[in-house]
Design a protein around this ligand. Structure first.
Ligand code: AMP
Length: 280
């Protein structure tokens, strides 16, 4: 496995492989790798001839009050995991080379898709995501790029950007990997105290209960959001940012549940913000 920090060298490696006719699979991450990331890597390895994992804690997608400084970083363990998975290259550029002094170019998807849900609570977040991913796609030239459903809105925003900017990569969306009690794997779970960690399972459990209610015939989204809010609030120590029942293509709230629907939540437990969702 090769570890590359230099942007020009990364581009050269990928160009060489492309010229050979190899398919490039790309898994962009912020490191602190867990089973969720590994599922994306495994799938890239199955589909492609050459697998690139980027590890870059992207400063521009964090708000000024957010956790950029304390975000977990563990490059040596991440490299060990990537090696074990048979990754070809880990691309770990420096912040200064991705955003040199005077950097002033931004890629922004406007409208509902970036303004709703996460966009309401993390203004500027998606602009940071789409800007860094445009840079990474231009460097790695991936045929296939792998994303997790856990960040469903992010995947929708990226799909739209790729389509509208004619970026030549196919976005593959893969299911959320969970811990045994249902909590979605996340690098941020390491912030949780043992007590918070136990309580955090309520997020997915409330989504499962909501799904059951819909399957039993409940069509009213406000009944579903009230049920979820009630279950989460019963645990105590949560502060809910949103609970929403939306159209999975547009992310617009639905007034009646019919057909494919996304239920999505974001909540704080202590100083940790967690998100989760379920497609029904
Ligand atoms: P991150 O390192 O948090 O930026 O995530 C990198 C990629 O891994 C994104 O596409 C995420 O959606 C995906 N991911 C994060 N957590 C999970 C999970 N529990 N299951 C599947 N994919 C995930």
């Amino acid at each position: 496995m090769e570890i590359i920090k230099d942007i020009a060298l990364m581009r050269t490696r990928c160009r060489e492989r492309k010229l050979k006719g190899d398919k490039i699979g790309f898994v962009p991450t912020m490191g602190a790798l867990h089973k969720g990331h590994l599922s994306l890597i495994k799938r890239a390895r199955e589909d492609c001839d050459f697998t690139v994992v980027s590890i870059f804690v992207n400063p521009t997608q964090f708000g000024p009050e957010e956790d950029f400084k304390r975000y977990p970083r563990n490059l040596s363990e991440d490299l060990r995991l990537c090696e074990e998975e048979g990754v070809d290259v880990v691309f770990a550029p420096l912040k200064e080379s991705m955003y040199p002094d005077g950097f002033s170019t931004w890629v922004e998807v406007k409208g509902m898709l970036t303004e709703t849900l996460e966009g309401t609570f993390r203004p500027g977040h998606f602009k940071g995501v789409t800007t860094v991913l445009t840079k990474l796609f231009n460097i790695v030239l991936p045929d296939y790029s792998y994303f997790g459903e856990k960040d469903y809105q992010q995947a929708m925003v990226v799909k739209k950007m790729v389509q509208e900017l004619n970026i030549d990569t196919e976005i593959i969306l893969l299911p959320t990997v969970r811990e045994r009690d249902g909590l979605a794997c996340s690098s941020r779970n390491s912030y949780l105290s043992p007590e918070e960690r136990k309580k955090a399972a309520v997020l997915y459990n409330s989504l499962l209960k909501a799904k059951q209610e819909v399957e039993r015939g409940e069509k009213d989204p406000s009944i579903i959001t009230s049920l979820i809010r009630h279950l989460i609030e019963k645990e105590g120590s949560f502060k809910i940012d949103y609970v929403a029942v939306v159209n999975p293509d547009t992310l617009e709230p639905v007034d009646r549940i019919r057909g494919k629907t996304l239920i999505t939540i974001a909540a704080w437990i202590g100083g940790t913000r967690l998100i989760d969702n379920i497609l029904i």
